[in-house]
Design a protein. Structure first.
Lengths: 222, 186
């Protein structure tokens, strides 16, 4: 229906207009004091809404996330290698570190590789390589106990007494040897034995505690 | 069109002048209240919505664009929206006739014109009774058109619609009213 037709209806529909006029006349009038109440409401100080500023928290979270991303190591990077690298970097000052107690206990049964390695201190190495100014890789021919392949060797240059340059590898330091990261069969057997003994002791202790409890209960009952 | 005094009024409102606010209430308060009372049942509810409308108007006067509508139409639009929002929010029970089977649409134009056009006090009373069976938004549109004598464009602005939609709504509402009257007569 066009606008003209609709506008014409406004004049034609007299009954509808009259009905609406009567309806509007009967509609409740606006209370006289409503505007005054409204003005009072406007004049009254509105309770300030508690605004929580979230942007500082967001910024802090972003910075924290950035730092985590920056500091965290890449996914594929091996965790052991950087440590070994760090120790190799200062061969002149590094003292030969003893193996961990668990791993060191069955040292009598270890293979020649494990025996040879701790015996060589950096000073000895230093002496050993002194007469041979050429680059040496002393442990290359040794058989590996571990099945895992050795990590890429890091070469460290050492200055000898004669001011001749010698290159040491990562393998020259026992603690960095991959085969020493693995437990030998004897070590594993010993650990199992110790664990079994500890378990038996624990069971015995539990039994004793139970006995004591029973006795105490019996005494209270009497 | 807005008058010189409307311009002053808007300037005063933008400065949050209490005098301008008072002046606005005096000038447009009744019309806004009528619009609200048309849509919202109950005097208390109407008062609440009325206050909300003007609080909103005073706080958001910066949003008024004189190029788009007159101040009165803008006020009526806010009143309409607040009322509809109030009805939805309070989920107030509103009972009205719904032409589900399209019976009203089948009525001929001559039949509708005969009902509304020929002056008859009895028909006027029937129309008043029928108006109560219309949904609030349709009743508001009919009142704005026939009683407030607003143009289709103005009604479209108030209801956030377009003039052609308002025209078709009006036509449908007329037929619906006619159908209700016939039902009441039978």
């Amino acid at each position: 229906m066009t606008e003209e037709k609709i506008n014409a209806l406004r004049q034609k529909d007299a009954n509808l207009r009259d009905a609406l006029r009567l309806d509007e006349m009967e509609r409740p009038q606006m209370p006289a004091d409503l505007n005054a109440r409204l003005m009072q409401r406007m004049a009254a100080p509105s309770p300030s809404p508690r605004i929580r500023k979230i942007w500082p928290w967001l910024a802090a979270a972003c910075v924290a996330a950035f730092i985590v991303v920056l500091v965290a190591p890449p996914k594929g990077a091996p965790t052991g290698e950087p440590k070994a690298m760090a120790k190799v970097e200062q061969p002149a000052t590094v003292e030969p570190q003893p193996r961990e107690p668990q791993a060191a206990a069955p040292s009598e049964t270890t293979t020649p590789t494990a025996d040879k390695a701790p015996a060589k201190s950096p000073r000895q190495l230093h002496k050993a390589v002194a007469p041979q100014p050429v680059t040496s890789q002393p442990v290359d021919a040794e058989p590996l106990l571990a099945q895992t392949p050795a990590p890429a060797e890091t070469f460290v240059t050492v200055q000898t007494d004669n001011h001749q340059m010698t290159t040491l590898t990562e393998r020259d330091i026992p603690i960095t040897r991959p085969e020493n990261y693995q437990y030998t069969a004897e070590e594993l057997a010993l650990m199992k034995k110790q664990a079994n003994e500890a378990y038996l002791k624990w069971v015995e202790l539990e039994l004793e505690i139970s006995k004591c409890n029973l006795e105490q209960t019996a005494q209270k009952g009497d | 069109m807005k008058t010189e005094t409307d311009i002053d009024l808007i300037r005063g409102l933008r400065q949050q002048s209490a005098r301008a606010q008072q002046q606005m209430l005096e000038r447009y308060g009744n019309e806004v209240f009528a619009q609200v009372a048309r849509l919202v049942p109950g005097l208390e509810n109407a008062e609440e919505v009325y206050q909300d409308v003007f609080v909103k108007v005073f706080r958001k006067i910066e949003m008024y664009d004189a190029a788009k509508s007159s101040l009165k139409t803008w006020l009526l639009r806010i009143a309409y929206n607040e009322s509809i929002s109030f009805l939805r929010h309070k989920s107030m029970p509103v009972i009205y006739y719904e032409d589900r089977e399209g019976e009203a649409e089948r009525l001929s134009e001559s039949e509708v014109e005969a009902t509304f056009g020929q002056p008859n006090p009895e028909t006027v009373q029937l129309i008043r009774a029928a108006l109560k069976h219309l949904p609030p938004d349709e009743r508001a549109i009919v009142t704005m058109f026939y009683y407030e004598e607003m143009s289709l464009k103005e009604i479209a602005f108030v209801t956030e619609s377009i003039p052609t939609t308002v025209a078709s709504k009006l036509s449908r509402t007329r037929k619906k009213l006619c159908k209700i009257i016939k039902m009441l007569q039978s």
